[in-house]
Ligand binder design. Structure first.
Ligand SMILES: Nc1ncnc2c1ncn2[C@@H]1O[C@H](COP(=O)(O)OP(=O)(O)OP(=O)(O)O)[C@@H](O)[C@H]1O
Ligand SMILES: [Mg+2]
Length: 253
């Protein structure tokens, strides 16, 4: 541990004058000065700040449940394409503002994997914003009433990854549809997206009152999207059959 490590920590902590003058100060105090204690002190400060930033990114992401890829039992619904999900989890699509769609049967793990990937993104330094379509609709109505729609939009569009869970469960009013369309249109320049839905694509236009808006929005959702289909049994309902219990126990063990 030497002067370089101390200088690097000082720069990381944005103590630029201290970093610039370090060499000179050490020289004037006699070059044999022991730097070990100051290195570990600064290291603690850097680590503590990183931890605080991470905690604040986790909180701001509003990811509802802590789930991980390791908790996912791939044997339970073997038709789920593991290697595609692992590709998504390498987060390259986030850097490209890409779209990932997790579509299919209820209870098959779409939200689980979306939160696991969202958390992985947060841990790797990215910002994530999670919302269900229902909550988004409520948030838009509330924000409009308070004249704060641009704040809500900024939260979503300034994050690296927007997770839009449960697409298709609610029908949006015309006012809200237009705002959701605007978000879907603008996000391509700034924000990657994971969208989950258990609704048949044929039912998606029902989310919007206006069919023209519906088809323009659906077009944007499928724009160069990577689609993973989730088929199989609901993990929620599992437990009644012996083989399901055994499959679940593998995860718990
Ligand atoms: N293969 C699996 N291994 C471990 N846990 C699973 C698996 N599939 C689902 N689960 C768990 O089952 C519950 C339901 O899964 P999840 O909410 O991800 O389903 P979903 O596909 O999003 O369903 P919906 O379409 O109803 O929203 C969660 O607690 C999730 O952690
Ligand atoms: Mg879900």
């Amino acid at each position: 541990m030497g002067i370089n490590a101390v200088e690097q920590y000082l720069r990381e902590l944005k103590l630029t004058t201290a970093a610039d003058d370090l060499g000179e100060v050490i020289h004037s105090s006699g070059d044999n000065i022991n730097l070990e204690w100051i290195t570990s002190l600064l290291e603690r400060e850097v680590d503590a700040r990183k931890e605080r930033k991470l905690m604040s990114r986790i909180k701001r992401s509003k990811i509802p449940e802590v789930k991980s890829l390791e908790q996912f039992n791939w044997k339970f619904n073997p038709s789920i394409n593991r290697s595609r999900i692992e590709d998504v989890a390498d987060l390259k699509f986030v850097r490209d503002n890409g779209i990932v769609l997790f579509l299919g049967q209820p209870g098959t793990g779409k939200s689980h994997l979306a939160s696991a990937i969202g958390l992985k993104a947060v841990y790797s330094g990215m910002t994530v914003y999670w919302t269900s379509l229902k909550r988004l609709s409520e948030d838009i109505i509330k924000a409009k009433a308070k004249n704060e729609l641009s704040i809500l939009f900024k939260k979503i569009l300034s994050s690296n990854l927007w997770i839009l869970d449960d697409w298709g469960v609610v029908s949006l009013s015309r006012e809200v549809s237009e705002e959701v369309f605007d978000l879907l249109d603008r996000r391509q320049y700034s924000t990657a997206m994971i969208l989950t839905s258990n609704r048949d694509i044929g039912e998606w236009p029902e989310v919007f009152v206006d069919p023209v808006l519906a088809s323009a929005a659906i077009d944007r959702i499928f724009d160069r999207a990577s689609v993973t289909i989730f088929s199989g049994k609901s993990y929620r309902a599992a437990g009644t059959k012996k083989e399901d219990v055994l499959n679940r126990e593998e995860v718990i063990r």
